[in-house]
Structure formats: C-alpha cells, structure tokens
Design a protein around this ligand. Sequence first.
Ligand SMILES: Nc1ncnc2c1ncn2[C@@H]1O[C@H](COP(=O)(O)OP(=O)(O)OP(=O)(O)O)[C@@H](O)[C@H]1O
Ligand SMILES: [Mg+2]
Length: 805
Amino acid sequence: MLLNRERSETRKMPMLPIRDVVIFPYMMTPFVVGRESSVRALEEALAGDKKIFLATQHDATIDEPKPSEIYQVGTIVNIVQSLKLPDGNVKVLVEGVERGKIVSLSDEDGFFRAVVRPSNVKAEPNPQLESLISRVTGLFEQYVKLSQSLNHETMIAAVHVDDASKLADTIAANIQVGIEEKQELLEILDPTERLNRIGEILEMEIEKLNMDRTIQGRVKRQMERAQKEYYLNEKIKAIQKELGRGEKSEIDELKKKIEAAGMTKEAQEKAMQELKRLEMMPPMSAESTVSRNYLDWLLAVPWKKKTREIKDIERAERVLEEDHYGLEKIKERILEFLAVRRLVKDPKGSILCFVGPPGVGKTSLGMSIARATGRKFVRLSLGGVRDEAEIRGHRRTYIGALPGQIIQMMKKAATKNPVFMLDEVEKMSMDFRGDPSAALLEVLDPEQNYMFMDHYLDVEYDLSQVFFICTANVTHTIPPALLDRMEVLRLSGYTELEKIEIAKRFLVKKQQKATGLTDATVRFTDEALGSIIQFYTRESGVRNLEREIANVCRKVARKVVKEGRGLEAVITSDNLNDFLGVIKFRDTFAEKKNEVGLAIGLAWTEVGGQILATEATLMDGKGKLTLTGKLGDVMQESAQAALSYIRSRSYLLGLENDFYRRLDIHVHVPEGSIPKDGPSAGITMATTLASALTKIPVRRDVAMTGEITLRGKVLPIGGMKEKLLAAHRAGITTVILPKDNEKDMADLPAHIQKDLKIHFVETMDEVLQFALERPVDSLASRTPEARMAAAFQPEEVSDQGSLTH
Ligand SMILES: Nc1ncnc2c1ncn2[C@@H]1O[C@H](COP(=O)(O)OP(=O)(O)OP(=O)(O)O)[C@@H](O)[C@H]1O
Ligand SMILES: [Mg+2]
C-alpha cells in the first residue's frame, strides 16, 4: 500500500542525541552543539548529504547517554546552516524532514551511527478527518489567544496547513507541553490518531489557561480593592487633618482621659483595648459610635473621685434634728449606726432599711444622712423593676445597650461614696427575664459588691464605699434573702399633734419658700393646720398635708400678685375652705348609725393604719362562703376560721344547728384597690358574721383588731400604734384589742390613750359582748317557732338593701 511505501527502506546516518527538546518534521530549529561526540557526528553529516538523525535523550542531565537512554523515535533533519563559534561549539539550524525509528545504533569513530527506518504515514482525506482538522485548528486558535507566549503568526502558519500530518506536527512543535508529551506525539505515526491526541492535549491546556486567567483576575481585583480602600482612608485622614480635627487628636484625647480617670487596672486595660479597636475603625461607622459610647461610659462612672466624708457624730445629730421633727427612736438608731460605721474601719455591716407608710419621711431622712455625712445623694426607685437587666444592664452585643440603673446612678452621683437610696424594694417583681432581686443582693452584699459586674461595662466596679439605704412600705413582700441583710427601722405614722408640729416647723416654711411668700404674707394658725389634717387629709404621713399647705400658699401667692404686696393672709379654720374648697373627709364612722352585718376593723396596709369596714350579707343558697375585696390568702383563711367558730357556737348565738346549709354568705371588705392580708381581721369578720346571722347591729363607735382561733381565742397582732392612730383619726371612741397586745401601749402617745377607750379581750365571746348593740339570746331562751323563723328568714338580717331573693 502506498501509505507504507517507505517503511521497508532503512538508512544509515550519523545520529545526535539532543536534550530538552523534541524536533518535529517541518520544524526549523536552531541549537548549539557542544559535546565532542555530537560535533563529530555533525561534521560527518556536513561532509555527506547534510542529513542527520536527531533523537531526544531520556534524561537531559546525562552527558554521554547510552543507546538505551535515548528515545527510539526521532527526526531526520536537514542541516540548513552551521557556524563554528570561537569557544569550539557549533551553532546549527536544522529543518525537520521526516520521523524515523532507530533500527540499530552503533558507536563508531567516537559518535553514534544509526540505522533508521523513516516513516511518513499519510492520511486519506475523508469527512471525519476534515471535521477533526477544523476542530483541532479551532482549539489551537483558542490556545494561541489564551497563551501569551505564542505569536499570532505561528497560528496563521499552522492554520493554513491542509495536510493532516503536517498540521499535527506543526501544532505539536508549537504547544508548550513537557518533553514526554511531545515525544509521545512524535511517536504516534498515524496522523488521525496524532490529531486526536493533540485535540485532547489542547482542550486540557485551554482549561488550564482559563483557570489561570480567572485566578489571576481575582487576585488582581482583590489587590485593586485593598489599594482603593487604603487610598480612600488615607484621603479621609488627610481631609480631617486639614480640617483640624484629625482622629488622631480624638484618640489621643481619649487616651489621656483614660489615663487620668483612675480606673482599675482591669478597666484601664479594657479601655485601652477598645481605644485600639476604635483607632482601626472608619471614624463615621456605626461600629465606631458603639465603641465610642462604651468608652464614654467607662469614663463617666466615678473611679476614684469621692467626697470627703464627715465623721462627726454630733454634727450628724444636729443635721437630723434640723431636718426632722420627732422620730426620736429612729434618729437614735441612725446615729448608733453611723457611730458603728465610724469605729469599724472597713464596715461590712448591714444595710439600713426604712419601713413605713408613705410620707413619713423615709426619703428625707436619707437625704439628711447624706448631708450629715458629707456624701452625695442619689435615689433609684425599684417599683416595677422586674428585669435583671434593669439593674445590671444589657450586654454590649445588643443594639442600643446601656449600663444598668446602678451604674447609671453612680454616674449621676459622680463620686464613688454617695448615699444611694433604693426606694420601694418591696415592689420589685420577677419574671422570665431574670430575677432582679438576685442582682440587687449582689449590689448590697459587702462580700461581693466591691466587684460588681455590670453587663454593659463588663469590668468589675467597686460599690463598697457606697452607703446604701433601702425604703419600703411593708416588709412582708421583700425577698427574705434581701430582708436578711437589712437593718429594718420602722417609721410609724404621726399623730395629729405631731403633724401640726411638723407642719409648723417644716412644711409651711418649705412651701412659703417655694411660692415666694414669707411669714408676713401667709400664716397658718394651729387650728387651721389641725383642720387641714382632720378634714382634708386622711393619711399616716404628711405628704397630703404638705400638698394642701402648698395649695393654700399658691392661692395666696396669686392673690398677692393680683392685689399687691401689702396683703397679709392669716389662715384659720374658719377661712380654710376659701382656699381648699369643701371638706373632703367629714364623715367619721362613729357618727353613723349602728348596722347589722357591718363591723369596723383596724388594718395595717401599705398606706399605714387604716379603718376597714367589713360587711356580710346572707342569701338563700347552699352554704357557700364568698370573699371579696382583694383579700390575701391568710385573710381568707381567717374568714373561714371565723365562720367555723360561728358554726361551732350556733347554739349560744341562737342559730339553728344547720343554718348555713340554706344560706350563701358573702363577706366583703371595701376599699378594694388596696391589697389586704394578715390574720388581724379575724375577730372583725367573726363579729360581722355573728351580727348578720343574729340580726343584732354592731356598734359604730367600736373598732377592733385581733386574730381568731377556731375555738374563739383572740391572739395578738402587729402594727398596734399605726392602727390606733388610724382609729383616732377616724373618730372611733372604743377599741377592742387582744389581751396580749396590752404591752404595746407604751408606744402610744398619751393623749391618744386618753381619747380611746380600750378593751383588752381573750375570747371572741368577749368581743361580741363589747361590739354588738345588745347581748345575743341563745336558742335555749327561744320558742321553737322563733327558732324556725330565724332559720328561714335570712333576708331580714341586713338593712343595707343589698338583698337578693
Ligand atoms: N418628721 C418629719 N419632720 C419634718 N418633715 C418631715 C417629717 N416626716 C416627713 N417630712 C416631710 O414630708 C415629706 C414627705 O416625706 P418623704 O418624701 O420623705 O416620705 P417617704 O416616707 O419617703 O414616702 P414614700 O414612701 O411615699 O416615698 C417631705 O417633704 C419630708 O421632708
Ligand atoms: Mg420616699
């Protein structure tokens, strides 16, 4: 066959091993020949037909390769040019003629002679070959475009070749692949096969080049962005410097402030760290605002500044005396407390807690203590606080986070040793967001509060020099763990006489000053003050009294402005209603008529001692007991106990044995908005029930308080003074009290004792004896008909008109 025509011929010719390059037919290649054997081979060829066989050695580093270290397939070339160089080397230019395979190789005369079988396989043109050619040309075109080291002309030269074998060899000579791959291509004799292999190699190479390109592009873009940012940042800095407010100066200033603030080591380190972060941030970013706020807070809390503490107890006594009337026992306790604090070097004592009704001077005592000891005064109301974060702050990761109230107040105090008043500790509540009282416990505990941790500040803050004072209206809702740490000082209400004194000495003066008046323009007579207390206020403290006095003063001030300076107003009980309008509390309980099913109890609630009318009505029913008026658990139980007592005494009270089976009983304690609790309403409820059931009215001028047992014993109760003051205020003349409370009478001002008739009792029977209008007639003394009537006519038991049929 034509295609294999030349296969049979062999030729003997000089052979030259080459390194690092594979020569293809049709390829012009210059190279330098240096090895002596090679130069001999070259000379031999030049002396002959200028043809020489070039074959690549396996390993380029070997100087004298053995025949086995030379590839068997190489190229017969024509030496086009040769030039002897001065250093003995020869520079040659060769042109590939055709590939050939070594049949035998001999080392003669110091160089290789090879017997070569040339091979020039041609491909028959056919449609598949055509499409292969165009595919490979297309790929080569792409390859040249992507590869930067090949010139365009090579491509054009290649593309214009129409012989498949020549095309394959031209491309193979020009692509940049390794020696092994090139040798592989050289060894493929069939042009179609060779083209296919070239196509594969090109596809792979194109893929590689594309990948290089994208990576390069990405790297370039990243570099560009970083450069741009750097450039813009530098520009901003330059502009700010130009404007004279370079961030540098702000950072420097903050740094100076941090150093001067006297922070703890931990805080200072934290601040410096934050400052470093701030420095790195773009100045206008949201992040930098957060960072700056944090630094501002760290700088705003007092770290070392304190006021000089006054330890002079006499001075403290003077100040307390100047600011407050009465309260002798309290003042004494406060002075003792201060004395102890003075003697103990590092006082880790208890916390003062003032407990008492509103307006009795708890807050103002705290302010006095601050004044007396030379400390600043801050106040925080804990009423309604139910989130730990309100005490301790939010972590800085929250947007808009702030420190808790403790730290905020310390900022306000601006010194680290203020009097810190925690108002309404008992009104703090708890929910799912964490227990604020636990946080408060830490604040108040001297063992812990020198390293108080606010979530926002995130550094320990020393609260140990703060003088904490708590206030509360009642103690029973203060969390026990907190109450445990407190030294409770109870302030009971004031008597009318005390109130008049307080008004005369303090409140009037204060209000005169507040309204720009003087003694010359407005004066209050004692009677006038007494009337304000009696008819316009009903309270344990003096808050409303002060308010009413302020009312009067404002009215007078208006008159002064209207009528001129010369005006002199003397306020008496007669002209009082010109200023304050109609009397607010005229009615006293004592003045009303006696009623069935209504007894007056004495209670002690958040607002101090109080009169509580307790009502009971009966309805047809099945023995249900309903209790209303916001009664606490203990109070409800004591109503049950009262009912059981009545049932056990039905015979003596003249009631049918099973009277309750046909009745529903409703007990109500008005003034429903005030929560009431405690056992002290026991005897009042029993009296109400007894009255409702026996239809005997209760005396209206009698008030009572005491716990009841199931067997009708009367047990002692607390808040005696408060309750008796309230009874007195309300015009009660007779009071029934537990026998065991007799000892508490010592606390009661003498004039109150004189005004009240007090019965001390041990049993419920005695209570009824003093409280009911007339003695009960027991069943024994009644006819059977009367007994029936009593049992079946419950509607007659009340005259309040609230009956249901
Ligand atoms: N013994 C007193 N002598 C002089 N002024 C008094 C006395 N008691 C109370 N006051 C005055 O009564 C006003 C109300 O007192 P304060 O605000 O201290 O009451 P409080 O006990 O703190 O009440 P709350 O429980 O409502 O906070 C203040 O102006 C206070 O100066
Ligand atoms: Mg107060």
